[in-house]
Design a protein around this ligand. Structure first.
Ligand SMILES: NC(=O)c1ccc[n+]([C@@H]2O[C@H](COP(=O)([O-])OP(=O)(O)OC[C@H]3O[C@@H](n4cnc5c(N)ncnc54)[C@H](OP(=O)(O)O)[C@@H]3O)[C@@H](O)[C@H]2O)c1
Length: 305
């Protein structure tokens, strides 16, 4: 049976990437394309219009999934949601397939896709956790403009907005503790995906004048003594990672690819290390991660049927 798939938010930067990744990975049938209003090839979103679909990707605002997901789940459909609405719900798995695919149960229907910066970070930290344990993580991010959506990207392309000739350490809303919403999401979601609920994770998130792909300078402490060679070997056999023993990697190098690139791994002490990681946040940080989840959910469903 072929699966009928819809994408809500199909005119946005994540939505268009979801459509591209679905096609690349062999989902060949008609896709339902939805946005806030109707225009050529795209329809306005409503409960009624989404009824024929077995699986619905949300790449719209937070309220879109909050409003439309319940009816889809009620009739047994699959929801894959790029917003943060359901990510931290205790009963809902937050899945990065290379890291915690085991968290998906055959009965699950609702799959949030994690924060893009957190996904890239978790792919890179999982081999460290498995090889030597993780005691703490500090990360400074260098986040692309497309992370703020199509309008921000178009503004940047017109050479307008506060990130032109600038870097801006403010992504999301400031909370009482001085952290931003983005920084809180990265901390909490990293703990959930890595299944290390007490892991200290300190984050400073910065918008930089780059179109696509997020970079992160990551400083971590392991539980057990480790060597660069042992960690390098772990990265080289980890799924979804390209490990660079030498040289650097930049956002322009990884745009349009699905792997997380790890470079500049070096020691700061017996249990302390630094690395530089880069990933295309529209693909692995959003669309590809979501499509991988759909593939796994369909496989689980056919096994349990
Ligand atoms: N950009 C990233 O790197 C990234 C990464 C991970 C997760 N996310 C998340 O993914 C989601 C989409 O982000 P984006 O960057 O792709 O945004 P975007 O480029 O601004 O696109 C937003 C899309 O949502 C649609 N939309 C807005 N309100 C809607 C409504 N009430 N009902 C149905 N559709 C609606 C828009 O349609 P119209 O064209 O009709 O306005 C547009 O297609 C957000 O939750 C974001 O936090 C983004």
């Amino acid at each position: 049976m072929s699966v009928k798939i819809a994408v809500v938010g199909a005119t946005g930067v994540v939505g268009e990437t979801i459509v591209r990744v679905l096609r690349e990975r062999g989902f060949a049938g008609d896709l339902g394309l939805f946005a806030s209003r109707t225009r050529e090839n795209v329809r306005a979103t409503s409960d009624e219009a989404l009824k024929p679909y077995d699986a619905v990707f949300f790449a719209g605002t937070e309220d879109a999934s909050e409003k439309y997901a319940p009816a889809i789940l009620q009739r047994g459909g699959i929801v894959i949601d790029n917003s943060s609405t359901f990510r931290m719900d205790a009963d809902v798995p937050l899945v990065v397939p290379e890291v915690n695919a085991h968290a998906m149960r055959p009965e699950d229907r609702l799959f949030p896709v994690g924060n893009c910066t957190a996904i890239i970070l978790c792919v890179a930290l999982a081999p460290v956790r498995d090889a030597a344990g993780l005691r703490s993580v500090q990360v400074a991010t260098y986040q692309a403009v497309s992370g703020a959506g199509r309008a921000a990207l178009e503004e940047f392309d017109r050479n307008e907005g506060n990130v032109v000739r600038n870097v801006v350490p403010h992504i999301g809303t400031f909370g009482d503790d001085g952290s931003t919403g983005e920084e809180r999401k990265v901390r909490e979601e990293t703990r959930k995906v890595l299944e290390l609920p007490d892991l200290p994770v300190d984050v400073t998130s910065v918008r930089v004048p780059v179109r696509t792909a997020h970079s992160e300078a990551v400083f971590f402490e392991t539980e057990r003594a480790a060597t660069v060679e042992a960690l390098a070997a772990a990265f080289e056999k980890a799924p979804g990672i390209v490990f660079h023993r030498k040289g650097i990697v930049t956002p322009r190098d990884v745009e349009g690819t699905d792997e997380v690139h790890v470079a500049r791994l070096r020691p700061s002490g017996e249990k302390r290390f630094q690395m530089w990681i880069v990933g295309d946040q529209l693909r692995k940080g959003a669309a590809t991660n979501g499509v991988q989840i759909l593939e796994k959910a369909l496989a689980l469903r056919s096994v349990s049927a």
